[in-house]
Design a binder for this molecule. Structure first.
Ligand code: SF4
Length: 59
């Protein structure tokens, strides 16, 4: 399953980027996170899903 972020629900808090920098980074504007490794099975992805305040990350 690919990891996806729902843009509308992302509030740009950067939590996912801090938890899992190999999978998430901020976009150029710095206001939304983007997925840079959608096929990752790293444990930190689950942590990011659970920690996202907007429930914006799905996998
Ligand atoms: S943790 Fe959620 S709300 Fe925060 S930047 Fe990542 S996707 Fe956006």
């Amino acid at each position: 399953m690919a990891i996806v972020i729902n843009d509308e629900d992302c509030m740009g808090c950067e939590t996912c980027v801090q938890l899992c920098p190999d999978v998430f980074e901020m976009n150029e504007a710095g206001d939304k996170a983007i997925v840079i490794n959608a096929d990752s099975d790293a444990d930190c992805v689950d942590e990011a899903v659970d920690s996202c305040p907007g429930s914006a990350i799905a996998k």
